[in-house]
Design a protein around this ligand. Structure first.
Ligand code: AMX
Length: 424
């Protein structure tokens, strides 16, 4: 496998580089922690390493030196290769990776049986995470560990598990969609389609203009990674640092993505947009929308899709979705509201003065695009996000095992000790 060959060639040099770096600079300080940060979700504390991507507050997502806006048109498979190796694949490397995905995409029959046995009103995220966890017995990492593989070899079965999971995810996610929302029998994958197009094909949505595959590719590329400190990446990294295999770790990360302040925001965001549509009987006026935004804030709720823990600009991923919408559905009323919300809400949040970032994040527009294609089941939206974000989580785990990073174990303190430390 060409991806594995490339990693095998890179890893010894990377290990040596980091080992020398720690030897030469290991005692230097890169962050300090205040009392407010300890109580404030560690926001801004620099205490983790993530080489797959970074999110400068004033630029947005950069994957291995490439701004997301410059690579939004790339295939998700290309992005996975980039995340793992720092390089976009050449033609042969891409074809080889796609061959690996096609060869591994079959979902074990027991997964469907478990999903079918779940209560009919289970949240799709609970179903997805169960499906991943139930496949844990397939883990090559755990099998290798049980046989006593060497630490320097950990990354290889971690890559194998990652490819197995990623290859199956669109298949599981699409099958689950059809099962959970009574869309009829599962649709078999087409092995000659790329990852995103195959996912679009297996969902079985009406696609008269033939553009759904483009949206899926864009969606999967844009959500792929967002550095290491967000809830899902961090949860996944932490679990895997205990040498739990990729099935345990990806499932754990996605459980975090299911939270309304994280990945679930896209479902909540579209619900908010549709609420305005219903309340005002169509596209609201600027004044109506401004008032509705204020009413939301005054009722103690957040405006979903706006604000970010790190970003301080309009998320370039939102910009890419907006461009797609302008091109393919400029007269769609729901998309029109999304555009209007973008004109009004940053001003409202700025006036309120609480949110540090009044600008739209990735979730502010993506739901409206899916809705346009007839995917009206909001609870499913975070599943799409998950299929994509699994690429980031998996690539981060491969890198972490390749570099031999240790178990994660920050130090916590009781309030009384912190008070004593600062003389309170
Ligand atoms: N609407 C209303 N209030 C908001 C807000 C929003 N969109 N964004 C932030 N605020 C509020 C916070 O709730 C907080 O209020 P508090 O002091 O009363 O607790 C205050 O502004 C300061 O928050 P912050 O430092 O700017 O943000 P944060 O780092 O604590 O939280 C986030 C970041 C994303 C959770 C927050 O902006 C939010 O809740 N946004 C709406 C939900 C959302 O869109 N989530 C998706 C994020 C992207 C993703 O992971 N998919």
């Amino acid at each position: 496998m060409l991806l594995k060959d490339k990693l095998a060639a890179q890893i010894p040099g990377l290990r040596e580089d980091i080992s020398n770096f720690i030897k030469a600079h290991g005692d230097k300080e890169i962050s300090k922690v205040t009392v407010a940060q300890a109580y404030g979700g560690m926001r801004g504390v620099k205490g983790m390493v993530c080489d797959t991507s970074e999110v400068p507050p004033d630029k947005g997502l950069i994957i291995r030196e490439l701004p997301i806006g410059d690579i939004a048109e790339k295939l998700p498979e290309e992005i996975f290769f980039l995340l793992c190796t720092g390089e976009l694949p050449n033609k042969a490397e891409l074809a080889d990776l796609q061959k690996e995905f096609a060869a591994r995409c079959e979902v074990p029959a027991y997964v469907w049986k478990v999903l079918e046995a779940m209560p009919k009103d289970s949240h799709p995220m609970a179903m997805l995470d169960t499906a991943i966890l139930v496949m844990e017995k397939e883990s090559k990492f755990r099998a290798g560990y049980d046989k006593g593989m060497k630490k320097t070899e950990y990354w290889e079965p971690m890559l194998e598990d990652s490819l197995d999971i990623l290859a199956k995810l669109p298949n599981i996610a699409a099958g689950m969609y059809r099962m959970r929302f009574n869309k009829g029998p599962r649709i078999a994958p087409k092995k000659d389609l790329d990852w995103g197009a195959n996912y679009a094909h297996m969902l079985g949505l009406a696609d008269p203009k033939g553009t759904l595959a483009d949206l899926m590719r864009l969606y999967l590329t844009l959500h792929s990674d967002h550095e290491g400190g967000n809830v899902s990446a961090h949860a996944c990294h932490c679990v895997a640092s205990a040498l739990s295999d990729a099935y345990y770790a990806v499932s754990a990360g996605l459980n975090g993505l299911a939270g309304p302040l994280h990945g679930l925001a896209n479902q909540e965001c579209l619900a908010w947009v549709l609420e305005t549509h219903k309340k005002f009987g169509g596209v609201p006026s600027d004044e109506d929308l401004r008032k509705f935004a204020w009413d939301t804030l005054k009722s103690g709720k957040v405006i979903p899709g706006y604000g970010h823990a790190v970003l301080r600009i309009t998320d370039p991923r939102f910009t890419a979705f907006l461009a797609f919408g302008k091109k393919h559905m400029s007269d769609d009323p729901i998309f029109t509201i999304v555009r209007k919300v973008f004109e009004i809400v940053p001003g409202v949040l700025t006036e309120q003065g609480k949110a540090k970032d009044p600008w739209p994040n990735v979730d502010a527009g993506s739901g409206a695009l899916l809705y346009h294609y007839g995917m009206t089941e909001f609870p499913y939206y975070t599943v799409l996000f998950s299929v994509s974000r699994a690429m980031g989580m998996c690539s981060q785990m491969v890198v972490s095992r390749a570099m031999g990073y240790p178990i994660e174990r920050p130090k916590s303190l009781p309030t009384k000790v912190i008070k004593k430390m600062v003389g309170a």
